[in-house]
Design a protein around this ligand. Structure first.
Ligand SMILES: C[S@@+](CC[C@H](N)C(=O)[O-])C[C@H]1O[C@@H](n2cnc3c(N)ncnc32)[C@H](O)[C@@H]1O
Length: 206
């Protein structure tokens, strides 16, 4: 199995400040994730949380937030900025939580970077630890047919930046035990011609 080049990529190439939204962005994807999570319960897990950008929004909405990210410096920065935040260093491909631990689990702009075919494992893990709602967001829309692609970065080895086939991705998630229904939302965030997409998968309530 190939080494995870993106592990070192995020650690080396991405500054902590880059991983922050400016307050004026009021990113509609983030607002929608929080609203949807609130509608199904009280606990939320952010997989690939970086610097826990969404923590203040979640807290203001009364959600109990937990974040997990593989890049230690992002997690450390989050803990410094938000004392008391439950932010952990860990791998999305082996989440250290029992099944059904959180009412809602989301992963925003993260599984895109997994080396093929590991996005399926990422989906399995998110599904496993979610009780009611699973959300995936992508800052480029899904495409007709999966394209695994490597991109060159300024320093270090090329990293994966995949575009998943909409049918392949959604069929895979829907194939999980307990799937009830799916919704897709498309939103303009930064670039007018590249909408962000949010995929919501509801699990049957037990
Ligand atoms: C583009 S950033 C998105 C951060 C955040 N979700 C947001 O939308 O602002 C991708 C994040 O995924 C994290 N990441 C990549 N692979 C991961 C893995 N296997 N497990 C946990 N985090 C991972 C990176 O460290 C980085 O913080």
């Amino acid at each position: 199995m190939e080494k995870y080049s993106w592990k070192t990529y995020f650690a080396r190439n991405m500054g902590v400040e880059w991983m922050r939204d400016k307050p004026q962005h009021r990113n509609p994807v983030r607002l929608m994730i929080v609203d949807e999570a609130r509608a199904v319960g009280r606990t939320i897990l952010d997989v690939g949380c970086a610097t826990c950008i969404d923590y203040p929004l979640c807290r203001a909405a009364g959600l109990e937030y937990t974040g997990i990210d593989i890049t230690k410096k992002f997690v450390e920065s989050a803990r410094k900025r938000y004392p008391g935040v439950d932010a952990r260093v860990g791998d999305a491909l082996a989440l250290p939580f029992p099944d059904g631990s959180f009412d809602a689990v989301y992963s925003k702009d993260t599984i895109t970077y997994f080396p093929p075919p590991l996005w399926r494992k990422g989906v399995d893990e998110v599904w496993r630890v979610a009780r009611r709602l699973v959300l995936f967001s992508f800052c480029s829309p899904l495409v007709e047919k999966t394209r695994y692609q490597k991109v060159k970065v300024q320093q270090g080895a090329p990293v994966w930046d995949n575009r998943y086939g909409r049918g392949e991705f959604t069929d895979y998630v829907k194939g999980h035990v307990g799937f009830e229904r799916m919704e897709i939302r498309s939103m303009r965030v930064w670039k007018p011609d590249t909408p962000h997409e949010l995929y919501l998968f509801f699990k049957k309530s037990r």
